[in-house]
Every structure is written in C-alpha cells, then in structure tokens.
Write a protein that binds this ligand. Structure first.
Ligand code: ZN
Length: 360
C-alpha cells in the first residue's frame, strides 16, 4: 500500500492554533486564499460553474434507514452538527425500511392488552406482507452514489446490503474514500469481512472469538486478546471519562481527558483489529478494561474514523462527541484537520460539556 499523500503529518497545526483563538467551536470554516484562487480560476474557465462557498465544502453522505437506534432522530442532528461548521454539505441516503417486527405480548397481559395485541398482530401481518411484496424492488432502487462524496458516515445497522452496493462501497473506500462508523454502525454486518476490516472492531450480531480478538491496553500498548467470548456489550448509560491514547490530528489540541455526556460505554468489541490506532478509550466498570472509543483504520487508500460514541440525543449533545465527530469526518475525507479544537477549559474532565443541537 503506498503512503497516502495526505498523511497526518501534513496537518497545519499553525492554522489550528490561529483558528481556535479566533472563534469558539463551532467556528465557520474559512476557505483558504489558495482554494479561493483555484475557485476563481475554475470560475473563469467554466462560466456557468457555481462558485459559491459550497464549491469548497466537503461532500458528506450519511447512510441510514435501518438501525436498532433512533436513526431518524440522530441523522438530522449529525447533519446539523456537520453543517454548522461551515465545512461540509450533507446528503442522506436512506435504505429501505426493515421488515416490521412482530409485536410481543407482555407476560401476565391484561384482557385489554391481549385485545390490543391481536389488533397489532393483524396490522403487522399486513405490513409484513407488503414488505415481502416490495422489498426486492426497493433494494434494487437503492444505489447510493458513494463516489460522489468525500466521506460516507454510517448510521446504519440492519439488513444486508445488495452485493453490488457492498462492492461499490468497498471500491469507494479502497480508492481513497472516507468512511465514518458512528456508534451502532459497528454492530452491522458481522458476516461482511471487508466491512469488519474497515471498522476494525465490532459488536453483537453473534460476534465472538471467530470475529477476531479484543484490543486490550497492556503496558501502554494495545494488544490483541484472542480469549473466547462474546463481542459487544454495555452497561447502563452514564457520563464517562474519555482518555486520549495517541497523537493524531483528530484529537490534537483536545484535553488528555474529558468527560463525555451520558452514553452507552461499549465494551468487548472484537474484530480483525488490523492496523487500528486507538485515539481514545474509556474505562468500563463492566470489564475493568480501557475500551476503545475513537479509532482510525486505513483501508486501501481510504481512511476510516470509528466512533463508538453517540447512542442517542444525550450523547450527541456532548461537545466532546461533536468535536471529535466533525474533526474525524474531516480527517476521513481529506487526511487533514482544519476544524479547531475548543479551548481546553470548554471540555473539562470533571463534568460533561453539553452543546444541545436542534436539527436544521
Ligand atoms: Zn446504542
């Protein structure tokens, strides 16, 4: 694999420092003089070219549509968080809806609950029949144009993608496309080897020692632990400390430790774990291990940023989540980070810094 032209050594730390002095997060991305110049030249050559601010923005595609999480709530928040930086334009590719789940009757159900259940069973049976009738055509019509984007963010955890969508996604990342795996996206596709190579570690879906090792912090190094056992778990949601584990443009300028907003602390993720750089971890009281939370993984010429954070609106409201998400997305897209780190005091270790977001 040849080295990527935009390795992280190329990050312009001087501009990072300047920008963070100029404005608090989220600061507007200011196109450089050079890119404006390029834009003007292109504008002269192509008279009809739209040469507004959008011409310099990075194109992001969020993929969603199925998830055991509230994707319809979180996708608009992720989109807003990205767009508010001024650095991105965001499109969404929503996959066909999952097969409607059969309703469950609670134990010791009352007569009213039983009657209600019967109604639901009939309604879902109709919905499932409709699903069966249309699902093949709906998948056949779902062909995200990955190659049109600098980076793809997955908020998807559901049914298998059609083979040619899988192949297109593999080719896209292999050829240098960016990929961001967001929270439960690392639960998806336990049987898809290339996807698991991209995310490094995953959880649930029957993952176990056959999926690959755990990554365990031993004497300041991350080592592969092949101990048999399930992949993926979490306790009750709570605020937890996120601790930096590597120097990287995504986390450059952030405090070594910051308190993350209420979230699930994923533990025991496992996978191929090849070439994973753990940028930050959190100590799980379930495993008593430092669990990888933020990771980067090379895949072909592409870059993957994997954030295990972001279960629901509480977690997504955390400033630390937002800062690492937007900077990780920028890095996955370009190999560089220009979005500034907030002042260290804005991301304290003793209490979670919140920045509530309302979807645009
Ligand atoms: Zn979750």
């Amino acid at each position: 694999m040849r080295p990527h032209p935009h390795g992280h050594r190329n990050v312009d730390s001087s501009s990072l420092r300047v920008s963070s002095r100029l404005a608090p997060f989220p600061m507007k991305f200011t196109p450089s003089i050079r890119s404006l110049g390029r834009c003007l030249i292109i504008g002269v050559l192509l008279v009809t070219a739209a040469c507004g601010a959008d011409a310099t923005k990075l194109k992001v595609l969020i993929v969603d549509g199925q998830n055991n999480h509230a994707w319809a709530t979180t996708t608009p928040l992720l989109k807003t968080i990205l767009e508010q930086t001024g650095r991105f334009t965001v499109d969404v590719a929503t996959a066909p809806a999952a097969k409607p789940a059969a309703p469950r009757l609670p134990a010791n159900a009352t007569a009213a609950q039983k009657a209600d259940h019967e109604t639901k069973v009939q309604r879902v049976a109709t919905e499932q029949a409709e699903y069966q009738k249309t699902i093949a055509a709906r998948w056949a019509a779902w062909r995200p144009k990955f190659a049109n984007y600098a980076v793809v963010v997955s908020n998807y955890n559901g049914e298998r993608w059609p083979d040619d969508v899988r192949a297109a996604f593999e080719t896209y990342v292999k050829n240098g496309g960016g990929f961001v795996s967001y929270h439960a996206a690392n639960n998806a596709f336990p049987e898809w080897a290339e996807y698991n190579a991209m995310i490094g570690l995953g959880g649930w879906g029957g993952r176990n020692e056959k999926s690959g090792p755990y990554l365990r912090l031993r004497a300041a190094s991350w080592v592969k632990d092949p101990t048999p056992g399930p992949g993926g778990g979490h306790g009750a949601q709570h605020e937890f400390l996120v601790e930096a584990r590597a120097e990287h443009p995504i986390t450059a300028g952030l405090p070594a430790q910051w308190m993350h907003a209420k979230d699930e602390l994923y533990h025991g993720l496992r996978g191929p774990a090849e070439n994973v750089t753990v940028l930050a971890s959190a100590l799980s009281d379930k495993t008593n291990e430092h669990e990888p939370m933020l990771m980067v993984i090379p895949y072909g010429q592409g870059r993957v940023f994997h954030t295990a954070l972001g279960h629901a609106i509480d977690a997504v409201s955390g400033l630390g989540f937002q800062v690492t998400f937007v900077r990780g997305t920028e890095w996955a897209a370009t190999g560089r980070v220009t979005l500034p780190a907030p002042a260290a005091a804005a991301l304290p270790a003793d209490k979670a810094a919140l920045r509530p977001v309302t979807a645009n």
